[in-house]
Write a protein that binds this ligand. Structure first.
Ligand code: PXP
Length: 249
């Protein structure tokens, strides 16, 4: 069974497009509410909820994370940059897991995996700090041998393999090469005892290939599900993706 983690950042993107000035988010007219969306998604089969609290708070805001944390039954995965501010926030909130990602102010979305080789000490400090309070750490990395090896050495229990390069290459001649890269990364990570998750750019078409990735535990998917929800509603969008992730043939 491949689990579905739903990234709800883009529900908050729609809210912030109109209500950026009312950052408390508690006013009755403010919509859409990402926490209400999370409730519906969970009732439709989402196994976990992921949010990325960015430094510039362009979509998810602190209050969303706090409310999700208080919501009963939600398995909350907090994506965060490797900063002291975010580490302190995670220590206070104690989500079920954190996923460490690179963050660049200018980017529209996360553009690549975290360089855990280059940032070894900084990442190690956060892995240890989260370990001390029982928060699982996932490292969002490119599926490359040195990155996977370092993730294992750092002792984080999970990796999330960055599927963006493969997704971008899906309709090009590079697709097979990118998929082989992911397969090798997944096999190496599994052999090193890491739980293998995947995310970025997964949609209702390329899910047919990603679900064949060996040892795949969970996919984190955001943009395509929120986009489909605009036409079909979040419950149908979630249940269809969950079905496709686990369909055979
Ligand atoms: N996983 C990580 C670590 C991400 O940064 C993102 C994008 O926020 C996703 C998964 C989801 O990507 P997408 O929105 O393309 O499905």
């Amino acid at each position: 069974m491949i689990l579905l983690g739903l990234n709800i950042d883009h529900c908050a993107t729609i809210r912030q497009a109109r209500y950026r000035q009312v950052v408390s988010g508690a006013e009755p007219a403010v919509e859409p509410d990402p926490v209400a969306l999370a409730r519906l998604a969970e009732s439709a089969g989402a196994d976990g909820i992921t949010v990325h609290l960015r430094e510039d708070r362009r979509h998810i805001i602190d209050r969303d994370v706090r409310r999700l944390r208080e919501a009963e039954g939600t398995r909350l995965n907090l994506e965060m940059a490797c900063t002291e501010e975010m580490t302190a926030f995670a220590q206070e909130i104690r989500p079920n897991s954190v996923c460490l990602v690179p963050e660049n102010r200018e980017e529209v979305t996360t553009e690549g995996g975290l360089d855990v080789v280059g940032q070894r000490e900084r990442v190690a400090r956060i892995v240890d700090a989260m370990g001390e309070i029982g928060v699982k750490v996932s490292l969002f990395i490119d599926p490359d041998e040195p990155q996977v090896a370092m993730a294992a050495e750092l002792g984080a229990p999970w990796v999330e393999l960055h599927t963006g390069s493969w997704a971008n290459a899906y309709y090009t001649d590079h697709r097979a090469k990118e998929f082989v890269r992911l397969v090798r990364g997944a096999e190496q990570a599994h052999a090193a005892g890491l739980v293998v998750n995947a995310g970025h750019g997964i949609n209702y078409e390329n899910v047919f290939e990603i679900r064949t990735l060996p040892h795949l535990h969970e996919c984190n998917i955001g943009h395509s599900i929120i986009s489909r929800a605009v036409f079909h509603g979040i419950e149908e969008a979630v249940s269809e993706m969950r079905r496709l992730l686990n369909a055979s043939g």
